[in-house]
Design a protein around this ligand. Structure first.
Ligand code: DX5
Ligand code: ZN
Length: 219
């Protein structure tokens, strides 16, 4: 199934609760929450207190994208504050399998992500256990960037790997996604779409609705 996961990194933080309600009402199934530590990526975003506070605003799936070094240290805390899907970067984890196992031990779904420069083959050992793969379509760290054109081939390659695994693994994409390039992204094989600027710049309710229509979701 296709899923829209609006990234609150692009939201207006003065009215974060309202913006989440807007995309919830529009029919978005996930809320994408970008956690950045200033080390794995240059930016610092927000952490557990913010997630805990917005947990009361919506029942939608909290899709937490960890852009932090050594994510194993914090999995338990993110689970506690209300994460449902926890995605970490392969490049940031000395032992990715341990992170996946930790997430599962807490009853949460595990996602593994790769940056644009990371070989897709690196994912092979995790296909047996992971619930979601996040193929970054920009260099992680900032919203509002342009999608890298080589992403389409990478998405296709990962979709093929997933199909060959015989497991039902979600393929998420994140970065520079707009209504104009969304059809081609779906065509390549992605099914969970993160969108920050495309949703929150302007009318979030209307923008999310438009993207959901392209995703073929009946609201
Ligand atoms: C970037 C983040 C993204 C970001 C996407 O490192 O992981 O989730 O918010 O923003 P847009 O959709 O504006 O490229
Ligand atoms: Zn993200």
């Amino acid at each position: 199934m296709n899923i829209l996961s609006p990234s609150i990194l692009a939201a207006d933080f003065k009215k974060l609760g309202q913006q989440i309600t807007d995309v919830d009402k529009a029919g978005a199934q996930y809320i994408h929450i970008d956690v950045m530590d200033g080390t794995f990526v240059p930016s610092i975003s927000f952490g557990m207190p913010v997630i805990k506070s917005i947990r009361s605003v919506t029942d939608k799936v909290f899709d937490v994208h960890l852009m932090i070094v050594d994510p194993l240290r914090y999995i338990e805390e993110f689970a506690e504050v209300g994460a449902d899907v926890i995605t970490f970067h392969q490049e940031a984890a000395p032992d990715p399998q341990a992170v996946i196992d930790k997430i599962h031990s807490l009853g949460k779904k595990a996602g593994i992500s790769i940056k644009p420069g990371t070989d897709t083959e690196i994912l092979l050992p995790y296909l047996e256990t992971v619930d979601m793969i996040l193929v970054m379509t920009v260099e992680p760290g900032f919203g509002g960037q342009k999608l890298l054109p080589e992403s389409f081939e990478r998405i296709k390659r990962v979709r093929k790997m997933i199909n060959e695994s015989g497991r039902n693994i979600d393929l998420q994409v994140d970065g520079g996604i707009y209504k104009e390039n969304l059809p081609e992204i779906l065509e390549a094989g992605a099914n969970i779409i993160v969108a920050g600027s495309a949703v929150f710049k302007g009318d979030a309710f209307a923008n999310a609705g438009e993207l959901l229509t392209i995703l073929g979701i009946d609201k």
